[in-house]
Design a protein around this ligand. Structure first.
Ligand code: ATP
Ligand code: MG
Length: 370
């Protein structure tokens, strides 16, 4: 799929801006704080209905305005569709071809993106929340059924945690109700475990080749790491195993007043030559592993959704040495999918890639094609 056009209104530091994209590579160049990342963010919001940015002012509406909109035109083969995200104060609305869409699951997957940002280093260095977040973002885009199941899982989890607290405070409360909640939780957990396992297996099929092609040295594997050890991901095995775990740990869960087992405690490790990359390696090496991970997702998106996603690469070149930069650009250029890249200068980009791209200059909330 391709995004052919985007129109922003009162989004971050933009008043009103229209951008027509190249179907291959697009490069946004500008000094710091001019609005390069904001452009990528607008595409992420159009795709995921929320921003990928943490620690940045969550108010995406331009200062002193009360509403904003992001409109995009998406092309899938010959099929054209128009997506729109509108926000007034805290209220969000989604539209496909001008028709209002009420359920997130009916909206997601119309525009699929893979985003790489400098903060992605946290996927290796940070807490498991970052890794689960990555799995959720990708699986919600790839599998419609994941979105609903994951939302339902979270609702049941919340109720079950509340009920465990009640049981703890009042031993007379009904344990049967907890069993009902446990069964419901298990039912939703299964699909989440299975799809996460499938996704990681698929990544492992390709990540090593990609890592090497980008100039990485050594062998990379991703190890899925649920907080219960599973020998299989078959329905029946998972159900029995989970049920036994909850039974065996009834008093422990009461004591802590929370659900101690399940996909909300999942993690995965990125292993380079038998050692968790978290504990060694330069930032450049770690970033390259994350980039290889994200680029490995492309073939998975293609396999399960039939379309190539759009690559959004924020400040991709700054952390890598010159040799790797050109390897990365060559790799992306050879993919033949649409990419949108930001950078603070063009000096280090080989002319043959520039000739193949649309280059946009970003200057204080304005975008001009060079
Ligand atoms: N709601 C908002 N209204 C107006 N301006 C905003 C809003 N949110 C952020 N900004 C402005 O957007 C600018 C930052 O834009 P952005 O993060 O896209 O910069 P950048 O070009 O990616 O810079 P860098 O090279 O440092 O990453 C800042 O000047 C910031 O004040
Ligand atoms: Mg930026």
């Amino acid at each position: 799929m391709k995004i052919t056009k985007i129109s922003l209104l009162n989004f971050r530091n933009y008043d009103k801006t229209d951008i027509k994209f190249n179907e291959n590579m697009n490069i946004f160049v500008g000094e710091n704080a001019q609005g390069k990342t904001n452009i990528l963010e607008s595409i992420v919001i159009l795709a995921l209905t929320k921003s990928h940015r943490v620690g940045v002012n969550p108010n995406i509406i331009k200062f002193n305005k009360s509403r904003c909109s992001i409109k995009g035109t998406i092309k899938k083969n010959k099929l054209i569709s128009k997506l729109e995200y509108r926000q007034k104060d805290d209220k969000k609305e989604l539209f496909i071809n001008n028709k209002k869409i009420n359920r997130n699951s009916d909206y997601l997957s119309n525009l699929n993106v893979i985003v790489f940002i400098p903060d992605d280093l946290e996927i290796i260095k940070g807490s498991p929340v970052f890794r689960r977040n990555l799995l959720n973002i990708e699986l919600c885009q790839i599998f419609n059924k994941y979105v609903n199941t994951y939302n339902e899982f979270n609702k049941i989890l919340k109720t079950r945690n509340e009920y465990l607290k009640i049981l703890f405070n009042n031993g007379l409360a009904d344990k049967n109700y907890l069993d009902i909640l446990t069964d419901k939780l298990i039912e939703k957990s299964i699909l989440i475990y299975q799809l996460r396992n499938t996704f990681i297996n698929e990544i492992n099929e390709v990540i090593n080749d990609n890592f090497k092609e980008l100039g990485g040295i050594g062998n990379i594997t991703i190890k899925y790491n649920p907080n219960i050890s599973f020998e299989s991901y078959e329905d029946e095995y998972l159900i029995n195993n989970l049920r036994k775990n909850f039974d065996d740990n009834y008093y422990k869960e009461l004591k802590y007043g929370m659900t101690l087992f399940g996909p909300h405690r999942d993690d995965f490790n990125i292993i380079l030559d038998d050692i968790d990359l978290k504990y060694f390696g330069s930032q450049g090496q770690q970033k390259l592993a994350i980039l290889a991970f994200k680029l490995s997702e492309i073939s998975i998106f293609k396999k399960y959704t039939n379309y190539n996603p759009i690559l959004l690469l924020d400040d991709i070149l700054s952390e890598f040495d010159l040799k790797k930069r050109n390897k990365i650009l060559k790799y992306i250029n050879n993919l033949n999918i649409q990419s949108i890249i930001t950078t603070t200068d063009l000096k280090n980009i080989n002319k043959k890639y520039l000739d193949n791209s649309f280059v946009f200059e970003v200057n204080n909330g304005t975008v001009e094609r060079k």
